[in-house]
Write a protein that binds this ligand. Structure first.
Ligand code: ZN
Length: 204
């Protein structure tokens, strides 16, 4: 799906060029060399479990804005292009729900192809398990209409809980913390500035 008309580098009208086995939107000026590979984004979301005396409850936020205003989901958002994804998810959980929590491990990721199938861009959405540190649910009443901790049973009677969120919460409740992909702070994880490497835990 063409999403660009003019070269963002030199402003010439874009054309198509055969590159890497397929036609791609490209600049006609060879010295410019711009090729449009598509629109990509990276999302992140966090499952935060609170162990109450009577049940384990997961943090949910209710969307105040469309799309899907009114529906409940785990907190999350986009990772900035210059932001480590583990810090992005911790930031989103605090911004949307007022909860301080730290990344434990990766529960799952979703890859979705954009352009006509839903989102505006092809998206990688990484779902983390986070350990609750402190805070009570708090929200802005605008982008986020409500927030709270709910058990799977309580979600049954809620009007609209996003299926993927419920699935991720179920995964988190049925696996030990730290059993998913964990950040490796060692040699591999710091082999280049800006890298974060997550891998299977070896001590399990
Ligand atoms: Zn150009």
């Amino acid at each position: 799906m063409p999403t660009m008309t003019y070269c963002p580098r030199c402003a010439l009208s874009l054309t198509t060029k055969f590159d890497g086995g397929r036609d791609r939107i490209a600049c006609p000026d060879e010295s410019c060399g711009f090729i449009h590979f598509g629109d990509f984004s990276i999302g992140c979301a966090g499952v935060v479990i609170r162990e109450d005396a009577d049940a384990k409850r997961a943090l949910l936020v209710q969307r105040g804005w469309n799309p899907f205003a009114g529906s409940w989901q785990i907190p999350g958002g986009y990772a900035e292009h210059d932001e480590n994804i583990s810090l992005a998810v911790e930031r989103e959980v605090e911004e949307e729900a007022g909860i301080i929590a730290k990344v434990s491990d990766v529960i799952a990721f979703r890859h979705s192809i954009g352009g006509g199938t839903g989102g505006p861009s092809t998206n990688m959405y990484v779902i983390f398990r986070l350990n609750l540190v402190s805070g009570e649910p708090a929200y802005d009443g605008d982008e986020i209409a409500d927030a709270g901790f709910f058990s799977l049973e309580e979600m049954e009677s809620m009007e609209s809980v996003q299926g993927l969120s419920r699935w991720a919460i179920s995964k988190a409740l049925n696996t030990p913390p730290g059993s998913g992909l964990v950040f490796d702070p060692g040699e591999v994880g710091t082999i280049r500035a800006g890298w974060q490497v997550f891998g299977l835990p070896e001590d399990r």
